[in-house]
Design a binder for this molecule. Structure first.
Ligand SMILES: Nc1ncnc2c1ncn2[C@@H]1O[C@H](COP(=O)(O)OP(=O)(O)O)[C@@H](O)[C@H]1O
Ligand code: SF4
Ligand SMILES: [Mg+2]
Length: 335
């Protein structure tokens, strides 16, 4: 399987008045061509900063990649010039953000925005670009695309605006689409429609997808591989089936336990993970999950575990103890 993206030992820091924040602190994962990776974890775990690092969209010099490699089709994006990166962002890698209103230009109609991005990156004249823009709106399932193309972002609903964002992102036919919580701001029905649309377009266009979400339901629906992040590090990396049926890291188990089960009547509170994410200025010296982990031993508080390769399938876990017996009971997996 060809890898479209390989992130190796990525480290990104913010240099603030209070000191260095290691937002991404040694992250490794890869994406196979045409496949989907889910990046999951609580807020503040470094998911968005990982994607901004890949696209080189950090606000420098406050935020800066300080280590590692980002190989896109074998070439390190960190070695590219600003101009080369602009080209890559226009032609090879696109991004969809959580809140379309802040990413869309309020002074241009939806059609103009798509046409503009098409015209910059493909050699089409104004009229051809407009026709393609309307085609893109049709492709993302917007009814009456000719009419909608002439409307401004504020005239559309949140779901329609996110479709426009996806149309812009896909207009250049990117090889990799990075979607950061693309449906979080939308209501559940629209959310399902947008995800279905992304999946359909991905199948049709062969796009690889990096999907950032805190929603494990979305992961189950969409992803082939999953990287679970905690405090700037990947703590578990495996195929989606393994994550749901045989998770190895106590943090992954905590996340799974906090998802309501659809197939049973849920009574009582959700089992949320106790405690909170540590401050980036005061990280534990051992395992970063140790203060919240129900299985922590002395070694966990003393030393940070490495991300360990478990098998030929590429499953990886960062935990001193990874016998998977306790997990099965806790997650309630039926054998
Ligand atoms: N502009 C910034 N200045 C300082 N620290 C930041 C900034 N942006 C992000 N961070 C730090 O990076 C961490 C990871 O952020 P982020 O990647 O946005 O998390 P996620 O997307 O997983 O919720 C945050 O907890 C925060 O400490
Ligand atoms: S290393 Fe220890 S504290 Fe960390 S997740 Fe594993 S068992 Fe828990
Ligand atoms: Mg984020």
């Amino acid at each position: 399987m060809t890898k479209i993206l390989e992130v190796k030992g990525l480290r990104t820091s913010f240099f603030t008045d209070e000191g260095e924040v290691k937002a991404v602190d040694g992250v490794d994962f890869s994406i196979d061509k045409g496949k989907t990776i889910g990046i999951v974890g609580e807020s503040g775990s470094g998911k968005s900063i990982t994607s901004l690092s890949i696209l080189r969209l950090l606000q420098e010099p406050v935020g800066k990649v300080v280590g590692g490699e980002i190989l896109f089709k074998g070439e390190n994006l960190l070695d590219k010039t600003k101009k080369e990166m602009m080209n890559i962002r226009g032609n090879n890698i696109s991004m969809v953000f959580q809140e379309p209103m802040t990413s869309l230009n309020p002074t241009l109609t939806c059609g103009e925005q798509i046409a503009e991005s098409i015209r910059i990156h493909q050699k089409l004249n104004k009229k051809e670009a407009w026709v393609k823009a309307v085609d893109m709106l049709r492709l993302v399932g917007i009814p009456s695309p000719e009419k909608r193309a002439k409307q401004y972002p504020f005239e559309l609903s949140g779901g329609m605006r996110q479709r426009v964002m996806i149309a812009i992102a896909l207009a250049c036919n990117p090889e990799l689409l990075i979607a950061d919580e693309p449906t979080t701001a939308l209501d559940v029905t629209i959310q399902a429609q947008i995800l279905e649309l992304m999946k359909k377009l991905q199948d049709e266009l062969g796009t690889s997808l990096m999907l950032i979400t805190h929603d494990l339901g979305v992961v189950a629906e969409m992803c082939d591989k999953v990287a679970v992040m905690y405090c700037g590090k990947v703590v578990e990396y495996a195929d989606v089936k393994t994550i749901f049926t045989n998770p190895k890291h106590p943090y992954t188990i905590g996340l799974l336990n906090s998802v309501p089960k659809h197939d049973q009547d849920y009574e009582g509170d959700l089992a949320v993970i106790e405690g909170s994410v540590p401050s980036p200025f005061n990280l534990p010296q051992g395992c970063r999950f140790a203060p919240r982990c129900p299985h922590a031993k002395a070694i966990c508080h003393a030393e940070l575990p490495e991300l360990e390769n478990l098998n030929a399938e590429g499953e990886q876990v960062r935990c001193w103890i990874h016998t998977d017996q306790w997990e099965k009971e806790e997650v309630g997996v039926n054998e």
